[in-house]
Design a binder for this molecule. Structure first.
Ligand code: GLU
Length: 513
């Protein structure tokens, strides 16, 4: 039985490109778990693989987490008692731990060059076998297990490159526990001797740095993607080799995010093919200039995005689907995270966004809509921005829909949709619109209710059809057959603008013969 200790979790991404939404979900579950237990959320950047380092990726990670409302208590960007939190800045820590393992017989030095290993692999392939660096070969290859000590020292002294490999035991069953998967056991004969440290760049590999840092940073729970489950036996053995088994973290491996079609891991290609983002924010590769869509730029609200992600792999056990971050913190539990992969549904992401859009108050809408209006050169009060968006929000799925749905509130039509023009700009309608113009010009209180009352009475008195009047007026005010109720528009744009738009249609568009 482990003793209770403070909950300390970490999100430990490698800055190798834009953060995939699966990574955001891992961060989110860590955050929910930390907050629920009054624990600490750590952000550690695992950048020991210099080959795969991508400039800008770390900033992207920080910005993505901030956009989602995932707060970091300790780590890169926040500081803390175990700083630095970027592994490349902790490099001098790891060598001593690698040495400690060699000295205790848990690891060894290996001098094979990349070419030698390639040649070995080919040789095995030709015999129809697969080469594995493990107990069967380590004493025959140039390692500190096969070479005399003086030779090892001589090679190091003359600057030959070496790595430290873990000496995976032969035929031992490792018994492991996972908070999601339960008990797992693996025979070590199926595993190879992973590289832990490389002299070439004086850096540890993921496995060593990850275990050492989780210990030094007193991590209590490791919540990460399922792709790391195959590394778990090695991690257990590393904890044992260091003598840390009784303080090692508990593990929870999260199910994969699957393609919308179900088979296989969700990839950028799926998103490109089906037109949905697999990244939280827009990304442009500094190296290739290649770009990728992001939820933020594509018009998703962070609350909706987070809500959608939370339910991809976890369920609350009730019918509830809409959860604020606070509610998620209250409801989340690792026990209700599923073992099987979670199929990503792009339509569901849209559904969540629409739900959040529909629930927004006018002032919340104003905050997201004002920047869009400004981009279109429109300066209006928050009141008007929020009111326009509020009138149309029920028809919006994404925030990027708002402009198309509301632009006529702010700009008069300069073109008239052909279909509507052909249908309504003919016969009695131009004369009727002229007459309606005079009625409208005489209304002082241009409020929705008053205008509606007066115009309705006039329509009845004249014996016009309601559709005929409203559609002709719509053509004048919107230029198309869309938009909310006509009096929402007249009240919004006001009397002078209403008259101006009617005059423009009368003046500029010849009625259809
Ligand atoms: N750096 C690893 C990654 O990018 C972290 C895995 C872990 O959480 O142990 O996913």
């Amino acid at each position: 039985m482990k003793t209770e200790r403070p909950v300390r979790v970490r999100f430990a991404p490698s800055p190798t490109g834009p953060l995939h939404i699966g990574g955001v979900r891992t961060a989110l579950y860590n955050y929910l778990f930390a907050r629920q237990h009054g624990g600490t959320m750590i952000l550690r950047i695992e950048d020991t693989d210099s080959q795969r380092f991508v400039p800008g990726a770390e900033e992207y990670i920080l910005e993505s987490l901030a956009w989602c409302g995932i707060e970091i208590d300790e780590g890169v960007g926040a500081g803390g008692p175990h700083a630095p939190y970027r592994q490349s800045e902790r490099r001098e820590i790891y060598l001593q731990y690698a040495r400690q393992l060699v000295d205790a017989g848990w690891a060894y030095y290996a001098f094979d060059t990349a070419e030698e290993l390639d040649a070995l692999r080919k040789e095995y392939e030709q015999r129809g076998e697969t080469f594995a660096y493990n107990y069967s070969v380590r004493e025959k290859l140039p390692t500190s297990l096969s070479l005399p000590r003086e030779e090892v020292e001589a090679r190091m002294a003359r600057g030959d490159q070496w790595v430290v490999r873990f000496k995976m035991p032969e035929n031992e069953v490792v018994e492991m526990d996972d908070l999601i998967r339960g008990h797992v056991s693996v025979n070590t004969s199926t595993l190879d001797d992973k590289v832990l440290y490389k002299s070439a760049d004086a850096l540890p590999t993921y496995h060593l740095a990850n275990i050492v840092d989780d210990r030094l940073m007193e991590v209590s729970h490791v919540i990460r993607g399922e792709e790391w489950l195959p590394s778990l036996p090695l991690h257990y053995l590393l904890y044992r080799a260091f003598g840390w088994s009784d303080v090692q973290p508990e593990f929870a491996h999260l199910p994969l995010l699957l393609k919308p079609t179900g088979g296989g891991k969700l990839s950028k290609r799926d998103g490109d093919k089906m037109g949905f983002p697999v990244f939280p924010l827009f990304w442009k590769s500094p190296a290739t200039g290649e770009t990728a869509h992001g939820y933020r730029e594509d018009g998703y609200l962070p609350q909706a995005f987070v809500n959608m992600l939370a339910l991809l792999g976890w369920n609350p056990g009730t019918e509830q689907e809409i959860f604020s971050m606070e509610e998620l913190i209250g409801a989340f539990s690792l026990e209700r995270v599923s073992k099987s992969g979670a199929r990503f549904q792009p339509e569901k992401a849209k559904w969540f966004n629409a739900q959040y859009m529909h629930r927004m108050s006018d002032s919340e809408l104003a905050a997201i809509y004002q920047p869009v209006l400004r981009e279109h050169g429109i300066e209006v009060s928050d009141e008007l921005a929020g009111r326009a968006a509020g009138i149309m929000k029920e028809r919006a799925t994404l925030t990027t829909d708002l402009w198309g749905l509301t632009s006529f509130f702010f700009v008069a039509p300069t073109e008239y949709e052909e279909k509507q023009t052909k249908k309504y700009w003919k016969g009695d309608n131009p004369a009727m619109l002229s007459a309606l113009r005079e009625v409208l010009a005489g209304i002082d209180d241009f409020s929705l209710e008053n205008t509606e009352r007066i115009v309705h009475a006039w329509i009845q008195e004249r014996g016009y059809s309601m559709g005929q009047v409203m559609n002709t007026l719509r053509l004048a005010l919107v230029g198309a057959g869309k938009g909310p109720g006509m009096y929402d528009i007249t009240a919004f744009i006001g009397r002078e603008e209403t008259l101006r738009r009617i005059d423009a249609l009368l003046r500029n568009v010849k009625p259809i013969e």
